[in-house]
Design a protein around this ligand. Structure first.
Ligand SMILES: Cc1cc2nc3c(=O)[nH]c(=O)nc-3n(C[C@H](O)[C@H](O)[C@H](O)COP(=O)(O)O)c2cc1C
Length: 434
């Protein structure tokens, strides 16, 4: 990456800073999380910091057991939540998550194009193939990852063609002749594929001549292949700089194989930031957040991801390569399973250590626990090594940690000219391509 290239930065609207025990803090405002003002406040702060976008991950199931100790992933519908933010902001991109596994593509194309109109061209689609929730949609089994990616590729192509099926230029609104639209430009797509059949056209014109950016999450070989063929960015789990560098180089190479430019795909890892005024306070914040960590649930998740049953192991025993069984066939996320295996192979950690690592407790995200200075230094290091094109901030520990990201960290990056100091474009794609 050239030194002048600016970072792309997104902010999570999933309140990651309330996870673990952080929601129990007196200043957490946990009662407000389902109100529209809650996310709006963060979106406005993010726009004031000139961020590329705010981002909502999503899932379509509820882990009832986890509700005993925290809010988990229950949330407002992301696209509806972002519609409420669209009217109250003017520049920031709005990245919503919709799975290609459960909902029909016509509905998805229409929802996204609707939000694109409402926001004046600021919508983006994070394409996921989902981890769970099949029984909420009449499927007794979760389709295999390969089948989900095949369907995702077909689905994304249909959505793109539906958006093109009623182009903005078809609208004439010619009062004198009485012609509202040139109907010859509005065409069915007549898609009849392996997984889906859709006639089209979409019943809503495209907003202007801009394109809706696509982001993808999932980094198995199938996920990388899909992302590099269509996506403008990938939301990734990269717990260390080597993982990020490898993924970025591989995606860029694959993009070229698909006839695109290497720079068409941007690596944006999740960045978990536990920030405070001193390192000591930040370390305490992290510790408090994970104090009441439910070890039994973590050990179950290690078992599901690796096939390794550590439930009776002493805390100080090291886990080594020799202990690892072959990767289980049925996996929720191959990306996360491979990253956990990789950690064990590289470091042979103790059970106690393993239970505090991002691969087990933090979706395998890049994690910084420290001061704003520490975070700036680490981000500069990753950027100058060519490991990232930007990041999606998933702050942890407390509301004040999230505020430090927006009020101090991002302005510092802007002062160093690693990030924009103002918007130059209007649409989400403008920001990404700036
Ligand atoms: C960083 C990251 C974020 C993800 N976010 C979501 C999400 O918000 N909702 C969801 O249903 N699936 C999410 N997924 C799951 C992926 O879409 C995918 O279904 C899963 O990782 C399996 O693909 P893989 O074999 O490529 O890992 C995420 C995956 C990764 C790696």
């Amino acid at each position: 990456m050239s030194v002048r290239e600016k970072l792309r930065i997104g902010m999570s609207l999933a309140p990651t800073w309330l996870s673990g025990d952080a929601w129990r803090r007196s200043d957490s405002e946990i009662e407000q999380v389902y109100s529209s003002d809650y996310a709006l406040d963060i979106a406005k702060r993010s726009e004031a910091a000139k961020l590329d976008f705010v981002f909502r991950p999503d899932s379509l199931f509820l882990n009832v057991e986890a509700l005993e100790s925290g809010p988990g992933f229950g949330s407002l519908d992301p696209t509806i939540q972002l519609a409420s933010i669209a009217r109250e902001t003017s520049r920031i991109g709005l990245l919503t998550t919709i799975s290609t596994t459960f909902v029909p593509p016509y509905v998805v194309a229409r929802q996204l194009q609707s939000l694109n109109w409402i926001s004046g061209g600021r919508v983006g689609w994070n394409i996921v193939t989902a981890l769970d929730g099949n029984e909420n949609f009449g499927l007794s089994e979760m389709p295999s990852a390969q089948e989900r990616y095949e369907r995702a590729a077909e689905f994304a192509e249909i959505v793109r063609r539906l958006w093109e099926s009623y182009p903005a230029d078809a609208l004439l609104t010619d009062r004198s002749s009485g012609r509202y639209a040139d109907s010859t430009q509005v065409r069915p797509i007549d898609h009849d594929g392996t997984h889906l059949r859709v006639k089209g056209p979409l019943n809503l014109p495209a907003f202007g001549n801009t394109r809706i950016p696509l982001v993808q999450a999932g980094a198995s070989p199938d996920g990388r292949n899909f992302a590099s063929s269509v996506a403008d960015a990938i939301f990734a789990s990269t717990p260390d700089i080597e993982a990020a560098t490898e993924l970025r180089q591989d995606l860029r190479r694959r993009a070229e194989e698909h006839g695109r430019k290497a720079s068409d795909i941007r690596l944006m890892p999740g960045l978990s930031l536990y920030l405070a005024q001193s390192r000591k306070e930040a370390a305490a914040l992290f510790k408090e957040t994970h104090n009441r960590m439910d070890s039994a649930r973590k050990l179950d998740s290690i078992l599901a991801m690796t096939g390794l049953d550590l439930r009776d192991w002493p805390q100080q025993q090291r886990v080594t390569a020799a202990d690892l069984p072959p990767l289980p066939e049925k996996l929720r996320s191959r990306t996360h399973a491979e990253l956990l295996r990789r950690l064990i192979l590289r470091e042979e950690p103790t059970v106690a250590d393993l239970l505090t690592r991002p691969e087990v407790i933090g979706s395998a995200h890049w994690q910084i626990i420290g001061t704003v200075d520490d975070a700036v230094a680490e981000i500069v290091k990753w950027q100058s090594a060519g490991a990232i094109d930007g990041f999606i901030a998933v702050p942890g520990g407390s509301v004040s940690s999230m505020h430090l990201v927006l009020d101090e960290l991002v302005p510092r990056l802007a002062e160093m000219r690693l990030f924009r100091s103002d918007y130059s474009g209007k649409t989400f794609l403008d920001h990404l391509e700036e």
